[in-house]
Design a protein around this ligand. Structure first.
Ligand code: SF4
Length: 282
């Protein structure tokens, strides 16, 4: 059985940066709190918790102790969260990925210019909620062409279209075309990050060459979910797993080539464990 690992797989630079910043803070000797999940991966979050970082769902849960640190997650938060943390006297350590920051700045700029802001993204995702916040709550979130058709927009209106950083490229282009047919002068800003783009292309390339594709990553991870959808769309049998414990031998029984990729928030050690189990299979 041959195993083909996608060329771009696992931790992206934004997640690596957030993880390293969090580990450094954990050694500072002050109470450190991460707001929500620093990145969308349970194994990474568990490792940070084991290093002494506490997890809270809201700023209000953080005790107002002297020198407490709040970690802002890689996928960003709305501006009110910074205000709340500052008002409480917390030290803010911001791990927002620069790609997300760029999309947040664009959402704010377009809203300030009086344009309608439309975000192609997953409505409940933390990054998207942050982007809506940076547009002062004015942005509208769309997931489908039907959502675009349902928007209340005039054809001559100023409209800016942006993307959640982990959207699939082709999906964004489809929705951008639908928006152009409604508002021809729409400003399209493709804010999909480079890491997402590379991981999607590499995963699809491998999926087309193998009999079975395994995508490793947390169910909460938007970019991992997207990789699974894209690999499945190639027609190759695809399974998303979180760790080696989710592997089912029946999947690879009789298969000659198995493809493996990991989402941008999947750590190397989890990918390595999966590869070890696959390589030891009869
Ligand atoms: S997937 Fe992209 S936007 Fe998200 S953390 Fe990684 S580099 Fe940043």
């Amino acid at each position: 059985m041959e195993i083909v690992v996608a060329q771009h797989s696992g931790f992206c630079e934004g997640v690596e940066r957030a993880f390293q910043i969090a580990l450094q803070q954990a050694q500072a000797g002050q109470p450190v709190y991460m707001l929500g999940n620093l990145v969308h991966n349970k194994q990474v979050v568990d490792k940070l918790k084991a290093g002494g970082i506490r997890s809270v769902a809201t700023v209000a849960e953080i005790p107002a102790e002297l020198d407490s640190i709040i970690l802002i997650s890689a996928h960003g938060v709305p501006p009110e969260v910074y205000d709340e943390a500052k008002a409480k006297g917390l030290k803010i350590v911001d791990t927002t990925c620069p790609w997300v920051k760029r999309a947040q700045n664009l959402a704010g700029k377009l809203a300030n210019e009086g344009c309608a802001v439309v975000i192609v993204g997953d409505k409940g995702h933390a990054e998207v909620q942050g982007l809506v916040g940076w547009s002062r709550g004015l942005a509208r979130v769309v997931q489908t062409v039907a959502d675009i058709e349902a928007l209340d927009l005039a054809p001559d209106q100023c409209v800016g279209l942006i993307a959640q950083t982990t959207q699939a490229e082709a999906h964004f282009q489809t929705l951008a075309a639908a928006m152009k047919s409604r508002v021809p002068a729409v400003e399209v800003h493709n804010t999909i990050c480079g890491a997402t783009h590379k991981r999607q292309s590499a995963a699809v390339e491998v999926a087309r060459q193998v009999d079975l594709m395994l995508v490793i990553g947390d169910k909460m991870s938007a970019n991992t979910k997207r990789l699974t959808e894209l690999c499945t769309a190639t027609g190759t049998e695809t399974h998303q797993i979180e760790t080696a414990f989710d592997l089912d031998e029946k999947w690879y029984d009789g298969k000659k080539r198995i493809g493996v990729t990991g989402g941008a928030s999947t750590p190397d050690w989890v990918i390595a464990e999966v590869l070890t189990v696959l390589r030891s299979a009869p």
